[in-house]
Every structure is written in structure tokens, then in C-alpha cells.
Design a protein around this ligand. Structure first.
Ligand code: NAP
Length: 485
């Protein structure tokens, strides 16, 4: 039995506690919120050795990878703290009264901004025990937006979830935040109960398509439906153009293999399908390049899912094995490359363009670059799509046909870089049309993710003293204000 970070409370009690904290936190000045969030980041850094040791025991991820992930996590908290002090995310708009407003009727005094949406439920991911878990991006965004958070811990790292929560709770309270700013609930059924709870006002999720879809449907079937920001599956196709394939096969092959084997291929942005010209030297280079040895996957559920999905794609009539090792189809796999053709993909996209969560890639050969645009247009929604090409005619012509199709199908389109490694920045977009996400207008990474947990409200004809400070004349908080457009 796992000891909860806040032991002995029922799911209902945990939600109520989070809701009470959320009301206090929403009314806490932005500068205070930022100070608390920075204190949380400092405390997580200070507890790094202890937390990383637990993460290693529970996830089989390498120490260096976990160190980098914790650094990313605390950076993320700090950049979000900076963001709420800058204030552009609150989208303050002020329209002063205008008797001559050309619409045909006078314009009233209208003042609009984004306010906290209310208590957030965050379903943590298995594959990023820090950056997409208890203190990860969704939690950081929800806290920055002014909401308390209940995290549904992932069953793959329960002790780390509780240990992380304790560090966050102690730091937050010591910095003056209300008790209950962050709580953790364990268990699949408790997660569902929390999602149905009327006090929860938004939810986020990172995981598989079936689980994400089931939870999205529950969120929508509530008497009061709530926004559900699910980041689900993605295959992240990469298209290698002919001139690039001829000019730099080894660089492309090594870069691709590094991208699909990093973190044992358990990344939502892993480029699972690689399109290359038929007979291309990239294929020989893929066979020759060195790959890491066998290593365990995150947990038993992911390992059994991996072997089953890999077997089902490998047994497809149009698929052959390009490269595999003795351990490829085991719970501690090594890199596997399967091979098929563009014709086969067009004939059965669902059977072949499918996420295999582990160190596997499907190499798709094409006879004519003209085959690629129809495939790109037929793709399901993706987190990313990649073009590997040289800036020479031919490759550029192909790119011109691919870019509009890929921008239509994916949240992030890359040129000559691999999609794994999602930087936390101001312009980052980590999302995409369904099934990559359940909310294609949003991002799960980067500062733009904060607005998922905000809600607009306009005040009409209000006296200054009753307005939120951000909307008052004279701009007492100094936030960016858009005045009269
Ligand atoms: P998962 O099975 O989707 O689980 C994610 C979360 O949802 C967990 O908290 C889980 O609870 C909960 N859950 C699962 N099924 C549920 C249901 N029917 N009703 C209510 N809650 C449910 O994801 P996973 O364990 O991380 O990995 C499984 C597969 O997901 C992987 O093999 C991979 O294909 C995919 N995945 C994708 C991404 C991505 O970013 N796209 C990331 C990770 C995994 P419990 O843990 O308590 O069961």
C-alpha cells in the first residue's frame, strides 16, 4: 500500500481541500504566486539527489536522463513564474466608452482579462516522472494560472509521486501558500472519481489514446462538462528528400537511430516512421550504424504493450524486418527497424502508421517523391512532422508540397532536426489535431500552455475600485494592457 503524500484522505476530501486552496491561490497577487513557484523550484532542486534515486528505482531511466529532466522541470516552473509577472498571458483588453462607435450603437466601457479556471486535475505521465508528472508542465501551468492542482499519480512511479508532492507541499506552505495547493491521488478509479467531481474545473492528461479518449468522454459527459487537455499518441513521421538522402546518408541514419532509441523510444515525439527513397544509401547506413544495447522499458504494462504492438506491425503482410537483435521483441528490447513501401502505407495507413512505444522505427521506401504528399494529407493528427531535405531544387519542390499538408496535420513541423527533445520556450507548440491531442488549439509545453487553465471574463461599466487591479485605469500592476484595440 502506497503512503499518500496526504495520508488517509478520500478522493472527495482531497478534491475539497484542493478547491479550498484554489480559491485562496486565485486571489493571491501575481508576484506572490511567482515567489511561491520559485520556492517550489528551489526545493525540488535541493531534493534532487533523493528524488532521482527513487525515480531510478521505479522507472529504469538512466541517472543522467533523470537529472536533465529535473533541471527542465524546475526551469519550467521558473519561466512560468517570470511569465505571470510579465502578465501578457492574462490578455488584458480595455475598451473605453465611445458614443460614436461605428457599429451603430454606442460602445460601453468593457474590460476583459483571463482569470483562473478553478481546481485542476492532472493525470501524470509514465514516461516523464518529473517533467510531465507531479511537478511537471501541466501542474506548473495550472499553478501559474492561479489554480490549485490534484495530481492523479501514474501507477509507474507512486513513491516518487508522493516524495515529489511532499517537497512541493512543504516549500509552498513555507513560502506562504495555502495548504492543499497540490495534492496527489492514487488509483485508476480514484482518478475517474476526481474527474467526475463537480469541484474540478479542468483536467490534463498525458498517455495512451484509449485511456485519454475514455477520460475525455467522461469529462464531456459530466453534468457540467469541463475542458480536458489530453496529449495522446503520435507517430511523428519524418520525410527524407532525395538529394539529402544521397548527400548525407550516414548523418541522417545516425540522427534517426539516436532519436528513436533515446529514452528507449518511450517519447511521444519519437519519429516512428521514416520515409526514404527506394534503394537509398540511407538504408545501408541504417544497417551499419551503432545502436545502444538492450535496456528495460518503464514498467511491465508498457513492456507488454510494446511487444504486442511491435509483433502486430511486424506480422503485417507488407512489412519485413530491416534490422533487429536477439532482444528486440522482449521487455528489455534493443533497436528494431521494420520496412515497408509507400504503396502499402497508402493501402493500409491505419495498420502501418501506428505508435509503437519503444525503440522501433518503420522505414517506408518511396519510388517517386510525388507519392509523399497524398500520404502527408491522409495522416491522422500528429504532435510533429519532420522534413529532412537540402536547399536544392527537387528537395525544395518536394518540401513546398509537403509543408502545407504537414502544417495541417501536425502541431510542430521541423526542418532538418529530429523531433525528440521538446524545448520549453515562449514559441513552443506541443499539441496537434486529434488523436495527438483532444484540444488542438492548445499546447502542453511552453509558456503558451498557461492559458489552458485560464478563463476569460469581461466587466462592463464597472467603477474602477471594483475592478481587478489588472483592469484598472492607470495600470497599477504595470501589466501589458491593450487599450481601444
Ligand atoms: P495510460 O495507460 O494511458 O495511463 C495514463 C493514465 O491514465 C494513468 O494514470 C492511468 O491510471 C490512467 N488510465 C489508464 N486507463 C484508464 C481508464 N480506462 N480509465 C481511467 N484511467 C485510466 O498510459 P501509460 O501507462 O503511460 O502508457 C501506456 C501507453 O501509452 C504506452 O505504451 C504508449 O503507447 C502511450 N503513451 C503515450 C504518451 C504520449 O505522450 N503520447 C506518453 C506515455 C504513454 P493507472 O496508472 O492508475 O492505471
Amino acid at each position: 500500500m502506497t503512503e499518500n503524500a496526504t495520508p488517509t484522505l478520500t478522493t472527495d476530501q482531497l478534491v475539497s481541500r484542493v478547491a479550498a486552496a484554489s480559491a485562496v491561490w486565485a486571489a493571491t497577487p501575481y508576484a506572490e504566486r511567482a515567489r511561491v513557484i520559485r520556492a517550489i523550484a528551489d526545493a525540488l532542486d535541493a531534493a534532487g539527489a533523493e528524488l532521482i534515486a527513487i525515480a531510478q528505482e521505479e522507472t529504469a531511466l538512466a541517472e543522467g536522463r533523470l537529472q536533465g529532466e529535473l533541471k527542465r522541470t524546475t526551469f519550467q516552473l521558473r519561466i512560468f513564474a517570470d511569465e505571470i509577472e510579465r502578465g501578457a498571458c492574462f490578455d488584458v483588453r480595455i475598451d473605453r466608452p465611445d458614443a460614436e462607435w461605428p457599429m451603430g450603437a454606442p460602445r460601453p466601457d468593457l474590460r476583459r482579462m483571463l482569470i483562473p479556471i478553478g481546481p485542476v486535475l492532472n493525470f501524470a505521465a509514465s514516461n516523464f516522472p518529473f517533467a510531465f508528472s507531479v511537478a511537471g508542465g501541466d501542474t506548473a501551468a495550472a499553478l501559474a494560472a492561479g489554480n490549485a492542482v490534484l495530481v492523479k499519480a501514474h501507477s509507474g512511479h507512486p513513491r516518487l509521486s508522493d516524495a515529489t508532492a511532499r517537497v512541493v507541499q512543504e516549500a509552498a506552505v513555507a513560502a506562504g501558500a495555502p495548504e492543499g495547493l497540490l495534492e496527489v491521488v492514487h488509483g485508476t478509479e480514484n482518478g475517474v472519481e476526481a474527474l467526475k467531481h463537480p469541484l474540478i474545473k479542468a483536467a490534463s492528461f498525458t498517455g495512451s489514446i484509449p485511456a485519454g479518449r475514455a477520460l475525455f468522454d467522461i469529462a464531456n459527459a459530466r453534468p457540467e462538462p469541463i475542458p480536458f487537455y489530453g496529449e495522446l499518441g503520435s507517430v511523428n513521421p519524418a520525410f527524407v528528400a532525395p538529394a539529402a538522402a544521397a548527400a548525407r546518408p550516414v548523418e541522417i541514419a545516425e540522427g534517426y537511430l539516436a532519436s528513436i532509441t533515446g529514452s528507449q523510444g518511450q517519447l511521444c515525439t519519437k519519429p516512428g516512421v521514416l520515409f526514404v527513397p527506394e534503394g537509398s544509401p540511407v538504408i545501408d547506413a541504417l544497417l551499419d550504424a551503432a545502436v545502444p544495447g538492450p535496456a528495460p522499458l518503464l514498467n511491465d504494462r508498457i513492456a507488454s504493450g510494446f511487444v504486442a504492438t511491435l509483433e502486430s506491425v511486424a506480422e503485417h503482410g507488407a512489412v519485413s524486418v530491416l534490422r533487429e537483435g536477439a532482444a528486440s521483441r522482449t521487455a528489455e528490447p534493443e533497436a528494431t527497424l521494420l520496412q515497408t513501401t509507400a504503396d502499402a502505407v497508402l493501402a493500409d495507413p491505419e495498420g502501418l502508421i501506428t505508435e509503437v512505444f519503444g525503440p522501433v522505427g518503420l522505414v517506408v521506401t518511396y519510388a517517386d517523391p510525388a507519392e509523399l504528399a497524398p500520404i502527408a494529407r491522409s495522416l491522422e493528427g500528429q504532435l510533429t512532422a519532420t522534413i529532412v531535405a537540402d536547399e536544392v531544387e527537387g528537395d525544395l519542390e518536394l518540401a513546398r508540397t509537403l509543408v502545407p499538408a504537414l502544417a495541417d496535420r501536425a502541431g510542430r513541423v521541423l526542418w532538418n532536426q529530429w523531433p525528440t527533445g521538446v524545448s520549453v520556450t515562449y514559441a513552443q507548440q506541443h499539441g496537434g489535431p486529434y488523436p495527438a491531442t483532444t484540444a488542438s488549439g492548445t499546447t502542453a509545453v511552453g509558456t503558451a500552455s498557461i492559458t489552458r487553465f485560464l478563463r476569460p471574463v469581461a466587466f462592463q461599466n464597472f467603477p474602477d475600485a471594483l475592478l481587478p487591479e489588472a483592469l484598472r485605469d492607470g495600470n497599477p500592476l504595470g501589466l501589458p494592457q491593450s487599450i481601444d484595440g
